[in-house]
Design a protein around this ligand. Structure first.
Ligand code: PLP
Length: 467
């Protein structure tokens, strides 16, 4: 299995390299040179596979010879042993839509599905080389908690998580800051998530800094995360009773990682008709789908904070595909983005985007109203992100018998109690272990949105040896 960067196809890497480096040194994102394909017959033969078995089947097609088969199986089984649902991912039907519960992991959002695997993969690879690495990652609320849970008490890894101060929910924050293992560093940045993401990207682009701390990253651009997310598209297809139907999947979207995984699943052979990019009012992707103009503006906070994003990092991967995998075209568009703060897709490129995706944004009022309606008719409590996905699918209103409809539930409602109470006048159900985090001591450091200052902080902590 060979990989290269979206900005330079000449240099080839293997899975271990791209997974440990996360971001290519030319600033591009890693993608496979050739995607593994599956026929519908091969896919249907996996009908009775458990989530873990299916995971193994997908991962082995991407990981080359990084892991012997038995070890890869062990990594996957350990990863999903901490999930609260035996099936890992559950489906429930609301009206004619399959809601996909992706939040049964230890930190109650879909990010656990990929992050747990990453934690065990790092442990395995670094356990062999005895190298110590420092992971630096930005979070809009859920990645950080998932990463901290996956890397706590891992021997060869320190992890630094940058979250925007006061811009994540209290539950989201406490899931990160109450884990007190000595290799965990929480930094609250006085800025937005986009600021945090920019800081991390600048650190990656500073080769001296990057090498000085053996830096790595587990942001949603890490290809291994995409692979783990491909799995559940296959899984839900096989769980429904109508394999002859094409799928429409609505995905609450921020950084474009989860919905991009669906696009890859489709390229691999899964019968997906359309992927819905559902967003809140931070809707630059909806605008881009209409006009081809990709133009980030400033983030406007919402009740779905994990999607308060104006720079969708994984979008570069889809750009690479729709411009016929031209690395020079990607470089030119990304230069426009850097210099003019926007880029314009050609009509041809836009058409290819529209063939695969639709996009709709949902207002704050509609989001609360949707939570209320779903509760009134079913007694299910869905979180604000999931409500956006659900409402977008309803509004799309393209219901046909030949299609089956899915909506991702990306987070557990107890992560956003204020919005739930506002919508249904009732508390969300709260798992027992979550109640405990409100009593625990928190540990985090508040820092100014200042690249040099934060680099210095990280360098100091990274170099102090810990046992
Ligand atoms: C991260 C996140 C999203 C957005 O996912 P992307 O892969 O960044 O598009 C949506 N909902 C929740 C709850 C999240 O944590």
């Amino acid at each position: 299995m060979q990989y290269y960067s979206t900005r330079n196809k000449k240099k080839i890497y293997n899975f271990e390299e791209i997974f440990l480096n996360a971001l290519a040194s030319d600033g591009g994102l890693y993608v496979p040179k050739l995607l593994p394909k599956m026929t519908l017959k091969e896919i249907k033969e996996m009908k009775n596979f458990s989530f873990q078995e299916l995971s193994y089947e997908i991962f082995k097609r991407f990981t080359g010879d990084t892991f012997p088969a038995a070890d890869l199986r062990k990594i996957i089984n350990k990863s999903y042993s901490v999930f609260r649902s035996k099936k890992i991912i559950d489906l429930k039907k609301i009206d004619n839509i399959f809601c996909v519960e992706l939040y049964h992991g230890p930190t109650l959002a879909f990010k656990d599905v990929a992050m747990q695997v990453l934690g065990h993969m790092y442990d395995y690879v670094l356990g062999i080389s005895k190298n110590k690495m420092n992971l630096v990652t930005a979070t809009s609320g859920d990645t950080g908690a998932a990463a901290i849970d996956a890397f706590k008490n891992k021997k060869y890894v320190n992890i630094f998580v940058l979250h925007p101060e006061n811009k994540v929910s209290e539950t989201q924050r406490r899931l990160m800051t109450t884990i007190l293992d000595p290799n965990i560093y929480n930094i609250a940045v006085k800025g937005t998530f986009d600021d945090c993401q920019y800081l991390v990207k600048e650190m990656f682009n500073d080769k001296n800094f990057r090498n000085s701390i053996q830096m790595s990253g587990v942001n949603s651009i890490n290809w291994a995360r995409i692979v783990a997310q491909i799995v559940y598209y296959f899984f839900i297809y096989l769980q429904q009773e109508h394999p002859e139907k094409q799928m429409v999947v609505s995905v609450p979207t921020g950084n474009f990682g989860d919905v991009y995984a669906g696009y890859i699943a489709k390229q691999m052979g899964l019968p997906i008709e359309k992927l819905m990019i559902a967003s809140n009012h931070n809707n630059l992707l909806e605008k881009c789908l209409q006009t081809g103009l990709y133009k980030p503006s400033t983030v406007n906070p919402s009740i779905s904070p994990s999607m308060d994003i104006q720079v969708a990092s994984n979008f570069e991967r889809i750009v690479f595909d729709i411009c016929e995998q031209s690395d020079s075209r990607v470089v030119s568009l990304m230069n426009d983005l850097k210099e003019k703060k926007e880029f314009q897709l050609s009509n041809e490129e836009l058409k290819k985007l529209q063939e695969n995706f639709v996009a709709l944004s949902i207002s704050e009022d509609e989001t609360l109203q949707t939570i209320k309606e779903v509760y009134a008719s079913t007694k299910f409590v869905i979180d604000p992100h999931s409500a956006i996905g659900f409402k977008a699918l309803k509004k799309y209103n393209n219901f046909k018998d030949s299609l089956s409809y899915f909506c991702f539930e990306t987070a557990h409602p107890c992560k956003f109690p204020e919005s739930i109470i506002k919508a249904i006048n009732n508390d969300p159900p709260i798992p027992e272990f979550v109640k405990n985090i409100y009593k625990k001591k928190e540990n985090f450091t508040v820092l100014q949105n200042d690249l040099e200052l934060i680099k210095k902080y990280i360098q100091n902590k990274a170099s102090s040896p810990q046992s």
